[in-house]
Design a binder for this molecule. Structure first.
Ligand SMILES: N[C@@H](CCC(=O)N[C@@H](CS)C(=O)NCC(=O)O)C(=O)O
Length: 212
C-alpha cells in the first residue's frame, strides 16, 4: 500500500497511526501542501483525489481510497486484528461519536484552505490564528465533557480506537494555535498513554521523511 501524506496533515497522521497499530507495511508518498501553492492542486494528484486533499491510500490493485474515516474503517474490515472500532454496538457507536467530534466538528473548520481564505482577508494571520484557536478549543472542551469521568486508560477502552487516531493529531494542532489544554485533562492523560506506544511514535510528524 502507498499513503499519500504530508508530515503535518492531521488526517494523514490519523491513517499513519491506524496502519501502524495494525502492523501493516506501507510506503509513504509525500505531497507538499504549501510549497508552490500546494502540490495537492497539481493535475497528477487531482487525478488520484479530485478533492485535492490528503490523505489518499493506494491499495495493491491501484484503487485510491480517500477520506481518513473511510480508510480507517476499510482497514478495520480487511485487517480486523487490533480493532480500531470495538465490536460491542454501544462502544462502536461511541468510538465513532468521539472521532466525529474531531473529524466533522473541528478539523474541517481549521483546515488549511479555510485558514488560507481568512489570511487573504487578514494577511497578518491574526484572524486565522484566533479562528483556529477558538474552534479547536471549543471542540476539544466538548470532547472532554463527553469522556471526563472515564476510568479507562484510553478514551473508551483499554486499547486505542479510531477516536485516539483522531485525537492525537488534533492536540498537536491545538498547541500550534495556542489553545489552553489545561481545560482538557482527560484528553492529556490519554495522549500520554498513546505517546508510550510505538505505533503513535512512528506516526509523529517529527519523524516523517518530509518533516521540515
Ligand atoms: N475529511 C477529510 C479531510 C481531509 C483534509 O482536510 N485534509 C487536509 C490535510 S489534514 C488537506 O489536504 N488540506 C489541503 C487544503 O486544504 O488545501 C479526511 O478526513 O480525510
Amino acid at each position: 500500500m502507498k499513503l499519500y501524506t504530508y508530515w503535518r496533515s492531521s488526517c494523514s497522521w490519523r491513517v499513519r497511526i491506524a496502519l501502524n497499530l495494525k502492523g501493516l507495511d506501507y510506503e509513504l508518498h509525500p505531497v507538499h501542501l504549501v510549497k508552490d501553492g500546494g502540490e495537492q492542486h497539481s493535475q497528477w494528484y487531482r487525478e488520484i483525489n479530485p478533492q485535492a486533499q490528503l490523505p489518499t491510500l493506494e491499495l495493491a490493485d491501484g484503487t485510491h481510497l480517500t477520506q481518513s474515516m473511510a480508510i480507517m474503517q476499510y482497514l478495520d474490515k480487511v485487517h480486523p486484528d487490533v480493532a480500531l472500532l470495538p465490536t460491542e454496538p454501544l462502544l462502536y457507536a461511541k468510538a465513532l461519536q468521539l472521532a466525529e467530534v474531531i473529524n466533522a466538528g473541528i478539523q474541517p473548520l481549521q483546515n488549511l484552505s479555510v485558514l488560507q481564505s481568512l489570511n487573504r482577508q487578514d494577511p497578518s494571520k491574526e484572524l486565522s490564528m484566533s479562528w483556529a484557536r477558538g474552534v479547536i478549543q471549543k471542540g476539544l472542551e466538548n470532547l472532554e465533557s463527553l469522556v471526563k469521568g472515564s476510568t479507562t486508560q484510553f478514551l473508551l477502552t483499554e486499547t486505542p480506537t479510531i477516536a485516539e487516531c483522531c485525537l492525537i493529531p488534533q492536540l498537536y494542532n491545538a498547541r500550534r494555535f495556542g489553545c489552553d489544554l489545561s481545560k482538557v485533562p482527560k484528553l492529556l492523560e490519554v495522549e500520554q498513554a498513546c505517546e508510550k506506544l510505538d505505533a503513535f511514535q512512528q506516526a509523529h510528524p517529527s519523524v516523517q521523511p518530509d518533516a521540515q
